[in-house]
Write a new protein. Structure first.
Length: 366
């Protein structure tokens, strides 16, 4: 059996407190769900399940809320997942498994995040002290192996000898590529009057040198900003794909692997290597790649570690030039990759790292 992506689209990405600050999670996600279903040429009644990645919400089942807000049948229960940054890509892999198992023929899979409207989280204590707010949840049971993400990114650069200049150069190029491609297209649908990513700008080495330091060589210029956004793919069986007019891209592999918790930026390398090995492909067989840029150093480390040609990576810019809506970022990469492959063909790779030392890789073929 095979599983295919029959459509994929995303909202623009806007920094926290920006253009989508007044929108709730389902108001960001539902228009994208409706658009991707129309793009596939399917009706709401054709859908078997909706899988939603969300990392910062208040719990509950946001997938159910998004499903109802999108006008899907009430029988669609909605499945919410949280694997932090990797969740959007993992949603697509879960959809593929549902198709391959015969449990479904049409699954909408992706992610949505509202950094602007995320709830305030409080830690409680057994001794009765007043609750205290926290920003980063624990990702390991060992505090000494659970670093702040910027701290881990700086350590990654130090470990691999990736200089601040290299990180800044990557960020400059990401913005330059995004600036050249930042316009409405088949992968991007307008939302709340916004037609393109709002953070993309002309970034120069001089601006990078003046950027605020977050931790060591990690700065506000070579780190993706917290953001709001959504992206979804329609994953279908071969039976459904044959009757659709929309371009289809086969999902030929996917892997999620845990790695060293205190160097999470390296985790995608093992996932990439495994998915390529299972497909019998070398890195040189990849024509297009979308590699997450939560930090420039993390993208550089993954590209080098996996032996990818930098020239095929993030052709329209990456998260450094858009922002990082955590639960949606992996799905954004998948959507961008899908549309690239429908235009040029070949084999494509999407990969992302997540806190706690997790890496996910998706392999597509047009």
């Amino acid at each position: 059996m095979s599983a295919f992506i029959a459509a994929a689209c995303r909202s623009p990405v806007a920094p926290r407190g920006g253009a989508f600050a007044a929108l709730s999670l389902h108001q960001i996600a539902a228009p994208v769900v409706q658009a991707v279903l129309a793009q596939a040429g399917l009706d709401a009644g054709d859908v078997d399940e909706l899988i939603l990645s969300n990392a910062l919400g208040a719990g509950g089942n946001p997938a159910r809320i998004v499903s109802l807000a999108s006008g899907l049948p009430e029988r669609i229960a909605g499945l919410s997942i949280d694997r932090q940054c990797a969740g959007g890509l993992d949603a697509v892999l879960l959809a593929r498994q549902m198709i391959l198992s015969g449990a479904a023929d049409v699954v909408i899979a992706g992610g949505a995040e509202s950094y602007s409207r995320r709830p305030i989280r409080l830690q409680t204590f057994a001794d009765g002290r007043p609750p205290e707010p926290y920003d980063q949840a624990p990702f390991t049971p060992w505090p000494d192996r659970d670093p702040d993400m910027a701290q881990a990114a700086h350590r990654l650069g130090q470990t691999l000898g990736i200089s601040r200049m290299s990180q800044d150069d990557w960020a400059v190029q990401s913005h330059a590529k995004a600036h050249a491609h930042n316009r409405p297209g088949s992968d991007l649908i307008p939302l709340a009057g916004v037609h393109s990513d709002t953070f993309t700008r002309t970034l120069t080495p001089a601006l990078c040198r003046r950027a605020k330091i977050i931790n060591g060589d990690v700065t506000t210029a070579n780190t993706a900003v917290a953001a709001d956004g959504a992206a979804f793919c329609v994953v279908v069986s071969a039976k459904v794909a044959r009757r659709l007019r929309a371009p289809r891209v086969e999902i030929i592999g996917g892997e999620t692997i845990g790695g060293t918790p205190d160097l999470p930026g390296l985790a995608p390398v093992a996932a990439i290597q495994k998915v390529l090995a299972r497909a019998g492909l070398a890195p040189t067989a990849i024509h297009k790649a979308e590699i997450m840029e939560a930090f420039a150093v993390q993208a550089i480390a993954c590209v080098r570690g996996a032996g990818l040609d930098p020239g095929i990576v993030n052709g329209g810019g990456g998260a450094l030039a858009r922002g990082h809506p955590i639960g949606a970022s992996g799905a954004i990469n998948a959507a961008r990759l899908y549309h690239d492959l429908t235009q040029v063909g070949g084999v494509g790779l999407a990969a992302i790292a997540a806190a706690g030392g997790i890496g996910t890789a998706l392999l597509l073929r047009a």
